[in-house]
Design a protein around this ligand. Structure first.
Ligand code: VG1
Ligand code: CO
Length: 547
């Protein structure tokens, strides 16, 4: 601990609700603004992870409300705990994948990422804080639990008073008890992308008249997208929509999915759709990929990427393996099998991919929730996915819809949809899952509206690298006709509970590949509602959103 005259101990009462979820601690802004709330959680982190004196910490966020004002608090506590240097982006902003890259690139001791991802921002919105380790990946479950345990007995914290932080001035600043370094993270991130993709070919593709439209939704990716698409690839300035980061995301819900980005679906269906239409989320780790008349399902996206990976510079030698989260469709499994490489199935949340990436067991990974990434960093990466698709279209000289249809004609199609049921009373949601869990032993063999259940379990994961175990990761039910239903509760919300029901139905390559998703999945959706007794437990007759 730093012991200069500027540092002091402050008394506080412990908070009991600082349990991190799928991706760090996420709460309403008004919860985070309670006296000593942020400080207590930071103190719990510093006491738990014990950062070596003098080391560097990467700190930055998605630009949402509370991002900028939290950084002086973090720097003050970091200084008091002996951290030597804070590395951040201009105005305290860093996209999640860029922060992960910066941690690795600068061999920092870890990072504090200020984000609630796709959750709305502003004074009535959400804020979040996530601790990433020196690998660049989110702290493992055991560390998150240890931080939570520590938070429950925090009765004081150490803080150094620092001068005002010049967050808008690039360069190194000596603050007395700690150094602050403000970097141009868009430039560093773009340089990383240049090592993975063929920028000349993409620039040619754009010069040939192909257009791209990328919507940053007034979140963190605007400056990165401008640097890459406009400055390095020569696209028109108009190619990046809503490029200015705003603390409330301009009122947008910065979630790249067909419901919250219906305007992009509409653009892709219009006669003058750009060849590639895309968006990312609040913190820049998710991606939505569209082209004329087609939205790529995230589950198909990772499968198509794997099939074509060796055509792109960064993946010429192929990848050693691939991984998907359990609820993600099994489209990618079929490609892995064809390539003769392993396909790992992990619980929801990117952190479960990190050990596999670190051990060199996988090179690509993805989640159904619009997340894809590779070994280049330890978080999912929205702009990386957009560039992957752009490079692929330029390389194959094909339209996006043809690339996807070709894939279905080769492997068959996994019709896929996630239904979200928002339930105000979280106890009811928990009771529904409990009832399913209790009924598991009786499910195999049970008839369900014209088909039967072949297998059912509560997903239990054993990490193949360190042997750590994660229980109760979601109820999965397999049906005789190739269908699969998964039920789990969201771990990123800040009020009530969200039940997620994941529906997947496989159709072989010689089957009907061109149905509407909702039509193809209608029978499965009603089976899922019946089996889960969704209306009985929640009163809801239909999902709040189907994505
Ligand atoms: C959701 C997604 C999950 C994703 C997580 C974080 O979690 O389902 O796939 O990893 O968000 O994404 P949950 O527990 O609500 O289902 V992000 O873009 O918030 O960092
Ligand atoms: Co995100």
């Amino acid at each position: 601990m730093s012991d200069t005259a500027n540092c002091r101990e402050i008394q506080c009462e412990p908070y009991s609700d600082q349990q991190p979820g799928t991706a760090g601690l996420r709460k309403k802004v008004k919860v985070f603004r309670q006296p000593h709330y942020l400080e207590s959680f930071l103190e719990a982190i510093f006491r738990t992870v014990k950062i070596a004196p003098g080391s560097a910490l990467v700190v930055g966020g998605d630009g949402r409300y509370m991002n900028r004002e939290s950084i002086p608090v973090i720097a003050g506590l970091a200084a008091a705990h002996g951290v030597g240097r804070i590395i951040t982006g201009l105005d305290g902003r860093l996209s999640t994948p860029a922060a992960s890259h910066l941690i690795r690139d600068r061999q920092a001791a870890g990072g504090l990422l200020l984000t609630a991802s796709h959750n709305p921002g502003g004074p009535d919105g959400d804020f979040g804080l996530k601790f990433n380790t020196a690998t660049g990946g989110q702290a493992p479950e055991a560390t998150a639990e240890a931080i939570y345990a520590a938070s429950q007995s925090i009765t004081s914290y150490r803080l150094c008073d620092l001068p005002e932080l010049p967050l808008s001035a690039l360069g190194e600043h000596d603050l007395g008890d700690i150094l602050l370094e403000v970097v141009d993270s868009a430039a560093g991130y773009a340089a990383l992308m240049e090592t993975l993709f063929d920028f000349d070919r993409m620039a040619d593709w754009l010069r040939q008249g192909n257009e791209v439209a990328f919507d940053a939704l007034h979140a963190v990716t605007g400056p990165y997208a401008r640097e890459i698409f406009c400055r390095r690839l020569g696209a028109a300035e108009t190619a990046v929509l809503n490029a200015e980061p705003l603390p409330d995301f301009g009122g947008f819900h910065p979630d790249p999915n067909p419901v919250d980005c219906a305007h992009l679906v509409e653009l892709s269906r219009s006669p003058n759709s750009p060849a590639l239409v895309a968006a990312s989320d609040g913190d820049g780790d998710r991606n939505m990929i569209l082209g004329p008349g087609m939205m790529v399902s995230p589950c198909d996206s990772i499968a198509v990427m794997l099939h074509h990976a060796d055509k792109l510079p960064g993946y010429r030698d192929g990848v050693p393996g691939v991984a998907r989260s359990m609820p993600t469709s099994r489209a990618v499994d079929m490609v892995a099998e064809a390539l003769g490489i392993p396909c790992f199935e992990t619980p929801t949340g990117w952190r479960f991919f990190c050990n596999l990436l670190e051990a060199g067991r996988i090179g690509l990974c993805g989640e159904e929730s619009f997340g894809t990434g590779s070994s280049h960093t330890r978080e999912k990466d929205g702009l990386w996915a957009v560039l992957f698709w752009m490079n692929l279209l330029a390389e194959l000289r094909m339209g996006l819809d043809d690339v996807v249809r070709d894939h279905w004609r080769r492997y068959g199609r996994h019709y896929y949809q996630r239904q979200d049921f928002y339930i105000e009373d979280a106890d009811r949601a928990r009771a529904l899952v409990e009832a399913l869990r209790a009924g598991l032993p009786g499910l195999p063999g049970r008839q369900l509206d014209g088909t039967s259940i072949t297998a059912a379990d509560d997903f239990h994961y054993r990490d193949p690298v360190d042997g750590s175990e994660s229980a109760n990761q979601g109820i999965r039910v397999e049906l005789a006709d190739g269908g699969r239903i998964v039920y789990r509760l969201s771990g990123t919300g800040t009020t009530g509970a969200t039940l997620r029901v994941y529906l997947e139905q496989y159709t072989p390559a010689d089957g009907q590949l061109e149905q509407q998703v909702a039509t193809a999945l209608a029978p499965l959706a009603s089976r899922a509602a019946e089996l889960g007794q969704i209306e009985e437990f929640t009163g809801l007759k239909a999902p709040t959103a189907s994505i």
